[in-house]
Design a protein around this ligand. Structure first.
Ligand code: ZN
Length: 94
């Protein structure tokens, strides 16, 4: 495997590769809109609703960026040029 993310996943002791794993381990995923808008980037950021996404795509759906991003869009400008960032669970929330 040449996946550069793989070493990182192995360090964590489990493989973060599906939406189900993200949910089970309390990950949060933020969507960042990079769509150009009026000479700037839209810059909209929102937390993804992973339960909703898993209901739509399935808990076994890959959570790798290249697999997830094509299913996402910015809810502010409708742009498809978005990126995601994973945020590990760091303590009790909400
Ligand atoms: Zn946007």
């Amino acid at each position: 495997m040449t996946d550069p993310d793989l070493a990182e996943k192995r360090r964590k002791g489990y493989t973060v590769d599906t939406l189900g794993v993200l949910i089970d381990h309390g990950y949060k995923v933020a969507l960042y809109c990079e769509n150009p808008r009026d000479g700037l980037t839209c810059g909209f950021v929102k937390w993804l609703d992973l339960e909703k996404l898993a209901a739509k795509l399935g808990r076994d759906h890959s959570c790798l960026r290249d697999d997830l991003v094509p299913n996402l869009f910015c809810t502010k400008c409708g742009g498809k040029k978005v990126s995601i960032r994973l945020h590990p669970y760091t303590g009790p929330r909400d």
